[in-house]
Design a protein around this ligand. Sequence first.
Ligand SMILES: Cc1cc2nc3c(=O)[nH]c(=O)nc-3n(C[C@H](O)[C@H](O)[C@H](O)COP(=O)(O)O)c2cc1C
Length: 223
Amino acid sequence: MTESPHDPTLDAALRTHTDYGVEKLDESDLAGDPFTQFTAWLAEAAERKAYEPNAMVLGTIDPDGAPSIRTVLLRGVDERGFAFYTDYTSRKGRALLANPAVAVVFPWYTLHRQVKIFGHAHPVEATDSDDYFAHRPRGAQVAAWSSDQSTPIASREALEQKVHDAEERFADAPEVPRPERWGGFRIVPSRVEFWQGRTSRLHDRLVFHREGESNWRVERLQP
Ligand SMILES: Cc1cc2nc3c(=O)[nH]c(=O)nc-3n(C[C@H](O)[C@H](O)[C@H](O)COP(=O)(O)O)c2cc1C
């Protein structure tokens, strides 16, 4: 490996060592289920101005067994699970339809917190996708028709031409319909970990394990 030239800015970036303050996460602080706990932390992330607090990094397994990741936005959470929307024919869409196993992280760095979710993702009801799609800005609705997500295209111009074609197609339509290949997945968790950064790397890690339909066992992990 060739030695890279000395760059103090890069060195500083690689040596960043934040000591995560005084906040803690005790078993006694924890809600009785991961959805209530997650919702409280998400609200706090929004209040404390975390950038895109609903952004989550989603890991899936491709049909050939290779892992794959990308960021998506959480659009709903309740006791049924965590919902996001995408193109079912995208790389992640095809992966999930073949193998629903997922791993997710919400990286709330500015809060010194992260939440990890492990479970299975299944398509939401078509009516839920219709409702969500209907509330998207028209530009995003047209984009859903214009982009065969994750497939190659010759140029930016070719993409813009597809947008133009879709705009023409729906020019007289009061509402842009949802493309059938576009919709939601709901992640049903089997394990959810709440991580609170603490001083000297002695972080708190509390994990909910699903035991039955709505029973959860909490376990503390070493940092
Ligand atoms: C902040 C952020 C939010 C995103 N939200 C979504 C989303 O909600 N749905 C989506 O399909 N792609 C979203 N993307 C784009 C994905 O990260 C990804 O590029 C795209 O879905 C294609 O992924 P795939 O090829 O693995 O299927 C987002 C990207 C970023 C950076």
